[in-house]
Write a protein that binds this ligand. Structure first.
Ligand code: UD1
Length: 418
């Protein structure tokens, strides 16, 4: 097993090219199943979740060729409808193949994604909405076995709760259903907009009719296309926080700053200076960090995927602050590890109250999930001395070349085999 050694505390300076978005790539990869032809995707991050999704597509009969950052997916012989436990268990986004398989074949057997460290993460909203398109399903030995012998039929569906994955699964399924589907109370994360752009380029007919409502007219032909996936806004937010926390000076390239306006506004409030250009963002961290309270919320609110990272920054604020987690019920596992580094964070329900003015001390640490892992790196980057972070396989699910990128901007970090 590998671990990371981080030697703080260095100011991070320089320039970073932000990778393509993992969370946009995953539903787009699932949506390529709609095609019987080739699809070319660019800007995919080479991280483990993407590799898992590619293996899942291969197990379904897709032929995949990778040339640098360009991936060609050939579905001319794709016929299988069975997504196994081994591939879906490690990555919840595996459930996103359910919608495309059902709309293409009228049948699918997909493993339930199972529990996850940050909460129970059920798929009831996906299943309820699919049944409104005419899908009948049962759960048997950990699998969803679903069919619609006469194909999917468009309907009006209102999601009971905003769900990124359910919105994605339904958009993909309805794209080739018979007739018109109206989805309301949709998630409007930028990754969903990217999926819609991708599908429309393929020939689907999807329109936003109001802020959270989408009209989809089913089509029966899909075009062969080339598509460049959007930038990873969570990776961008993580590096912005890394700069803010180390009094750094960093330029982010390959991004569209207006997509992360909420994060930019918050970083300005805590005292960082941000210079915003059309496709570039420059941050200059300030020694003094002002406290602020944060509540996670669906987009355009503050992302739950940056909650752990911002908490590290707030530990160094001039006063105490409260971080409220409103999306997942168990997403404070980084707190115990941060407290071992000297943080003073207490948890009350879904609120984490952190005292300010903390100087993190180096420690040996354990990563518990993807975003928690990176929050430990952030804390270690400010701690004078050597920290060791174990179980970094979580980190490798979602951050492309993280040590290389951090080293380039002056961090002292290395990966070692245990
Ligand atoms: C996606 C992101 C994840 C992010 C999350 C919230 C991907 C691959 N993952 O996850 O990084 O943290 O959005 O922004 O894009 N829920 C139900 N029933 C369902 C579906 C969801 O109760 O059928 C609940 C979940 O447990 C959670 C909340 O709804 O509490 C939001 O989950 P959802 O938006 O679906 O997240 P994911 O799509 O799994």
């Amino acid at each position: 097993m590998q671990k990371l050694e981080v030697f703080g505390a260095k100011k991070l300076r320089g320039q970073i090219k932000i990778s393509g978005s993992k969370n946009a790539s995953l539903p787009i990869l699932a949506a390529t199943l709609l095609s019987n032809k080739k699809t070319v995707l660019k800007n995919l991050p080479m991280v483990r979740d993407i590799e898992t999704m590619l293996s899942l597509l291969e197990s379904l009969g897709s032929k995949i060729k990778i040339h640098k950052k360009q991936i060609v997916i050939d579905n001319s012989k794709q016929k299988k409808k069975f997504a196994s436990y081994n591939l879906v268990k490690t990555m919840r986004a595996g459930i996103l193949v359910l919608g495309p398989l059902l709309t293409k074949f009228g049948f699918a057997k997909v493993s339930l994604p199972g529990g996850c460290a940050i909460g129970s993460r059920p798929i009831d909203i996906h299943l309820k909405a699919l049944s409104k398109l005419g899908v009948k399903y049962k759960i048997d030995e950990g699998y969803v076995i679903a069919n619609a012998p006469r194909g999917l039929i468009g309907n009006n569906i209102r999601f009971s709760k905003i769900s990124v994955g359910a919105t994605e699964n339904l958009i993909i399924a309805a794209s080739m259903a018979k007739g018109v589907t109206k989805l309301s109370n949709c998630a409007i994360e930028p990754e969903i907009k990217d999926l819609v752009n991708f599908l429309n380029k393929m020939g689907c007919k999807i329109n936003w009719t109001s802020k959270r409502t989408i009209k989809i007219t089913g089509v029966n032909k899909i075009k062969e296309i080339n598509y460049k996936v959007m930038f990873d806004r969570i990776e961008a937010g993580t590096y912005l926080i890394a700069a803010a926390i180390t009094e750094g000076n960093l330029k982010l390239k390959n991004i569209i700053p207006k997509i992360i306006k909420t994060e930019i506004d918050i970083l300005k409030k805590i005292g960082s200076r941000l210079i915003v250009k059309k496709k570039e963002l420059h941050i200059i961290g300030n020694k003094k960090i002002k406290s602020i309270n944060i509540k996670t919320a669906p987009y355009p609110g503050f992302p739950t995927d940056l909650q752990a990272q911002i908490m590290v920054l707030l530990c160094k604020a001039n006063k105490s602050s409260i971080v409220q987690e409103n999306i997942f019920e168990n997403r404070f596992m980084h707190v115990a590890e941060l407290n071992r580094m000297g943080a003073k964070i207490s948890i009350k329900g879904n609120k984490a109250i952190s005292q300010g003015n903390i100087n993190f001390a180096p420690a040996e640490l354990m990563a518990t999930d993807l975003r928690a892992s990176v929050s430990l790196i952030l804390a270690a980057l400010t701690a004078k001395g050597k920290s060791i972070i174990n179980r970094i396989y979580h980190l490798d699910r979602g951050y492309e070349n993280i040590e290389k990128k951090l080293k380039k901007i002056g961090a002292k970090i290395r990966r070692v085999n245990q």
